[in-house]
Write a protein that binds this ligand. Structure first.
Ligand code: ZN
Length: 289
């Protein structure tokens, strides 16, 4: 028989994730829109008819299912993004709880993953990545590297090497985090610069280099090239699928066609690397015997 806490805590983590996901929907909708603050107006409203949404129509996932995805007042469809974000947040919370337990790392890592989720959905819809989401999350990641030193940030080899030289583990961990930011930001900044120089137009959003820098802060410099590779692979596959389905919009009048936000693919790749990175690495190394 599992103890009470063994059952109650994962359920609590899942429920907390649902509630945070509900707040995340508010962030995703309001943060990039001029004139809307996170606390103003106080109550949630329908983006179509502006009707206030009562608390019983605002219960994560369930209300959307109960209302069959439509607003109670105007019957206009409510985006599937709302229940999706709530479920994603709930499962992220549960997963991080299982991995980290009820520790300070649980809250920091969950904040990182939820910020990435919000960034992905905002970039997907509006092609912007708000600094207000990226910069504080970078700062928290640097703090986490000091509060909870992690060998993975700089890599096991350098970690042991510097420890044997008498370095403080918090300093080594912070160095790993800063190296992750520098490599992530620097790589995409150079790519964007070269693209602009040789093609004469922008190929990347302004928010993409800081986003990869942010990912490096939490996942270390070792994650940067796998994340770049994975995100490009996922992006190319998605475009391929959209073309096959005939859903890829081509007539835009833009030289070079339809701009695609890169942020969501960076986020997807970072999540894959965060959850399966070590397994992928062993599989990759296994290819070479
Ligand atoms: Zn409505």
């Amino acid at each position: 028989m599992p103890g009470f806490l063994e059952v109650a805590l994962p359920i609590a983590a899942f429920a907390l994730g649902l509630a945070l996901g509900s707040f995340l929907n508010v962030v995703i909708f309001r943060l990039p829109r001029v004139g809307l603050a996170l606390d103003k107006p106080r109550r949630s409203f329908c983006p179509n008819c502006q009707a206030q949404i009562s608390w019983f129509d605002n219960i994560p996932v369930f209300s959307w299912l109960f209302l069959r995805g439509r607003c109670r007042s105007c019957r206009e469809p409510i985006s599937w993004r709302y229940p999706l974000v709530e479920l994603v947040a709930a499962f992220l919370s549960l997963y991080v709880f299982q991995a980290e337990g009820l520790t300070i790392r649980y809250f920091f890592i969950l904040y990182f993953l939820l910020a990435l989720t919000a960034i992905a959905f905002i970039d997907l819809e509006l092609m912007v990545i708000p600094d207000l989401l990226v910069l504080p999350t970078i700062l928290l990641g640097l703090i986490l590297a000091v509060v909870s030193p992690t060998p993975n940030l700089l890599g096991g080899y350098f970690w042991l090497k510097l420890l044997s030289l008498g370095w403080n583990e918090r300093v080594i961990s912070l160095m790993g985090s800063i190296a992750g930011f520098a490599l992530g930001f620097g790589t995409l900044y150079i790519v964007a610069f070269l693209y602009k120089t040789f093609r004469g137009r922008t190929g990347l959003g302004d928010g993409d280099p800081p986003l990869l820098g942010l990912i490096g802060v939490y996942l270390g410099w070792i994650s940067i090239f796998p994340v770049l590779f994975l995100s490009t692979a996922i992006a190319l596959m998605s475009v391929g699928v959209l073309i096959v389905l005939g859903r890829f919009p081509t007539k835009t009048g833009q030289p070079g066609g339809q701009p695609i936000p890169y942020g969501p693919f960076l986020v997807l790749a970072a999540l894959v690397w965060h959850f399966f990175g070590s397994k992928l690495l062993w599989w990759y190394l296994g290819l070479f015997g």
